[in-house]
Design a protein around this ligand. Sequence first.
Ligand SMILES: Cc1cc2nc3c(=O)[nH]c(=O)nc-3n(C[C@H](O)[C@H](O)[C@H](O)COP(=O)(O)O)c2cc1C
Length: 343
Amino acid sequence: MQIQNASVSEEMHLQLGPFQGITDVYFRQVYMKHFEGIDKLFTPFFSGIHKENSKNLRSDEIKPALNDLSITVPQILSNDADEIIRFSSQCNAMGYNEINLNMGCPYPLVAKKKRGSGLLPYPTLVQSILEKLEGKLSTGFSIKCRLGYHNADEIDELIPIFNNFDLSELIIHARIGKQLYKGIPDFDRFKAVISQIKAPLVYNGDIFSSDNLDDYQAKFEFINSWMLGRGLLADPFLPSDLKKIHNVAENDNRKEKVRLFMNELYQLRREMSNDNLSVLGRMKELWSYLRFSFDEPQTVWRLVRKVKNFAEYESATDAIFNELYWVGTGYARKSEIQLTEDQ
Ligand SMILES: Cc1cc2nc3c(=O)[nH]c(=O)nc-3n(C[C@H](O)[C@H](O)[C@H](O)COP(=O)(O)O)c2cc1C
């Protein structure tokens, strides 16, 4: 069957993928204030929604006042239809229009319990979950999945099941679960399934530069919705570069914009956590991507990796921004950079 994919339109649509521990509500807020080009964002996944008025949904992470409800999609990791229904109803009460089901998380502890990408080898289970959701959801419903867990053909049995359900969107990270985040996406498999999928389709995986996107666009002619991940964490200008928004500054100005963004995010996280030292872990996690966009990623990492308190963090980041050069598109250049064991 040849289906004209519903995502065809003139405009390029860009999404920010969820990253547990990194793209929290503060990241999303400060990022959207400083940078252009992102049309839609996803929260890192929620789980354990055991009751109505769940405690897990009373955090800042999902508070309507702190999120842009029109473009933010809360995500759930679950294989329990009742839990997904509860999540949808609570998100609807807060004003969200859509929820997203995580069928992509690759971690063995999650996958072993038939959650995340661990659901992909079980089409009958997926079908029974989706059937139970039918007519019971209070919001739109999208799925983020991979091509499979063990192999990239598992998606073939899932497509007719997805096509039977009114999905607001299907996002495919074109890897398999067993790969984790390694190797390269399976471009041929993704291309092969495009015409079979009824829902608006979003491509995800290894979009690190405009050259990458040109290449994928040439391969997948009907796709114009793209989810960005590590490429954006390494270079926050990626979406505006992909969209060729030309009012973005030259490299030195770019470094100053990144400095402002990182400082504001750091200050906000400190303020909201009452100066909890866990802020340092969160900032280091982000630096582990951002470092690749500087001329000396090893130096960035050496400076930041071992900081133990706020004063050390501030002097390390001052040194980085004062002494190093911003080159951008860090994740596209990562493979050329020699890292030692602890880097
Ligand atoms: C540390 C980490 C945390 C992630 N957390 C989530 C998550 O909570 N939900 C989700 O759907 N994907 C999660 N992802 C996957 C990313 O959203 C994205 O799909 C993946 O990095 C592939 O895109 P990329 O190749 O452009 O980076 C995570 C990835 C990493 C590396």
